[in-house]
Design a protein around this ligand. Sequence first.
Ligand code: ADP
Ligand code: ZN
Ligand code: ZN
Length: 674
Amino acid sequence: MPQIVRVALDVPLRRFFDYCVPKGECLSVDDIGCRVRVPFGQQRKIGIIVGLPSESAVPLAQLRSCEVVLRDLPPLPADWFRLVEFCAAYYQAPVGQVMLSTLPAGLRSTTPAKPRPVRRLPDDTRAIAAPALTAEQEMSLAAIAAGGPGFHAYLLHGVTGSGKTEIYLRLIERTLAAGRQSLLLVPEINLTPQLEARVMARFPAAGLVSLHSELGESARNRNWRAALSGAARIVLGTRLAVFAPLPEPGLIVVDEEHDASFKQQDGIRYSARDLAVFRARQCGIPIVLGSATPSLESWANAAGNGAGNGARARYRLLSLHARAVEGARLPVVRRVDTRVDKPIDGLSGALLEAIEKRLERGEQSLLFLNRRGYAPVLACMACGWTSGCRRCAAHLVLHLADRCLRCHHCGYAAAVPKACPTCGNQDLSAFGRGTQRLEVVLGERFPQARVLRVDRDSASSRTHWEALVARIHAGEVDILVGTQMLAKGHDFPKLTLVGVVSPDAALFAADWRAPERLFAQLMQVAGRAGRADRPGEVLIQTQFPDHPLYAALVDHDYPAFAAAHLKERQQAGFPPYTHQAMLRAEAPRMADALSFLNTARACPPPGCENAVTFYDAVPMRLSRRASRERGQLLVESSSRRVLQQFLAGWVVQIEAIKAPGSLRWHLEVDPLEF
Ligand code: ADP
Ligand code: ZN
Ligand code: ZN
C-alpha cells in the first residue's frame, strides 16, 4: 500500500491535500514541516508537509503522486504550525494560504534561485557597553526577572526617551545568555535601520537578521533561513516577522505596540501584535509590549491601572515615567487658543514667535501637519465645481510641487486645469492646507530659513528618506514640515520646538478610534522636542483648548486619557468591551454590494441564529474607490469565543453565496478602521 502524505497548498480552500509517496520512498515524521513539490491541476506547486495520515478520504487510486521532498532546510518547527493554524482559524483564512504566504517567495517557487551563503560576521565583534540602568529601568527588569521563565505578558508603558529600548536590549542579553532566540517586532520599515544599528552595536556576534517587505528576495530568503536554522539569535522585523520560524524562541518584544501598522490591511488581515501574544503563550516565553501610548485594548488588559474595570488583568504593567538621560526633561506642552490668536495662513502669532526664537538660537523647529499635498481640494467659486475623483467618492488633492491633482485613494493623477472644466473661470481657489502649502508659507515668512518638507511625496523611497534624515542631522535644516512620518522614533538633537498646526478635526471624526490615534501621534511628535541639554516646547494650535485630550497631553498623562476613553468605550459598548468582525463587499454597483451583505446576514450558520448582533449593511465611509462601490456589515458579540464560533460557520455560508463575478468580499476580525 502506498504511503500517504498530507500537504498544505497556497489555494483559497479551507483544507489540505493528500498525495501518495512514490514507490521506493518512505517519509518519516521528521519530514513533517518540509516543503514538497506536487502536481496540482495542470500546474506544479510547492506545499508544506503537514502530516502522514494512515488513510485518506480520497480513494487511493485517485491520489496523485508527490514529486520531490525538499530537505534543503530544517523542517518548520511544531510551534510555527500552531501559530499559522491559529492565525488561519482566528482570522477565518484558508490555512494553506496562511502557511505558504508567510514563506519568502524563493521558498515557494518551483524554480528556486540558488541561495547565496548564510553572511560573514563582522570582523570587529567588540560590543558597545551598556549604560548603567536608571532606577525605573532596574525595577522593570527586576519585575520581569521575578516573573521567571514561561509565558508572561508585560506592558511596558514609558514616555519617549524613557529607555524602553534599553530594557529590550537587556532582555535580549539575558535571552542570548540562556541560549535562546529573540524576536523584536517594530511597526515600520523606516524604524528598522537605526534599531538594527543599535542592536548590532550591542550584540555584534548574535547573527542579527532583519525581516521586512523592502528586503530584496535573496536577502529575505537568507535571513529567514538564518532564523530557521538558529544561526540568527536575534530577529528584528516588521509585522510579517511574527511568522519567522525559530527553533529556540526565548523572548518576543513588540515595540510601539499600539501602532496600526501591526495590522495587515489586505489579504489575510491579521494583527501581528495579537499573534505575537498568542505565540509567546504557545511557546511558554515572555513577551513585552512597549509603548508611550499603549492601545486601549492592551491598557485594559494590564493590571493596576484602575482602567481594567474589573476585567481580569492579563498583562503586567511596567511604567517608566522619566526620561533616561540624566537631566533630560519632557517638553513643555502649551495650547494656543486660535479663537483669540487667529492664525494667518495656518500660523498663529505665538507659533511664529516661537519659530523666530529658534532661528535666532540656531535650533530646529518641526511643524506637524498630517496632510500631504498643497490643498485638499481645488474649487471654482463661480459655479461650485470641485476637484472630485471620477473613480472615488473623494476629492483630488492639489499637489503644486508637481502641478497635478492627485487622488490619495486610487492614485489617479491629472494636470492642474488652467480654467474651471465646467464654466471656464480661470480663477480657481485652493481650499484648506497641506504640507506643501505650509512649506511655501514658511518660505515666504522666513526667507532666511532653510525649510524642508518630509512626507511620503518628498521621501518616497527609503534612500530619499535616509538622505533627508541625514540633512536634518547635519543641521542643514532650520524648519521641518512633516506628516506623521517624522513623528516616529527619530532623535534630532537640535530640535527644540514642535508646532502642531491643526489637529482639531480628529477630535470629532466619525471614526471613534480617531482620538486614540490623535493622542498617540501628538505624544509621539511631542517626544521629538528637546533632548538632554535643550528643553523642548510643544505648541498645539486649537479652537478647543479645554478639550480633555489636550489637557492630558499638557500633563503628559496617558493614564488619564486612557481611563476617560475606556469609560466612554464601555458606555458605548465598543471594543475592548465587545468583539467585532466586519464583512466588506465591493462591486461596480452599490446595490450588488449591499444585497450580498444582506444575503450574508440572512444566512447565519445553523444553530447560531441569535449568537451575534448584526448592524445594518451600509456603504463604507469612502463609498467608492477605484470605481468600485463598497459596503460593510458589522457583527459583534460580547464573547470572543461565541463570535469565533459564529464566524467559523458563517464564512462557509458566505462562500456558498452566488454573487456576481465582479463582486469581491472579505471578512476582517477585530477591524481597526470604520
Ligand atoms: P525609548 O525606547 O523609551 O524611547 P531609549 O531606550 O531609546 O528610550 O532611550 C532614550 C535615550 O536614553 C537613548 O539615547 C538612550 O541611549 C538613553 N538611555 C537609555 N537608558 C539609559 C540609561 N540607563 N542611562 C543613560 N542613558 C540611557
Ligand atoms: Zn466653474
Ligand atoms: Zn480616486
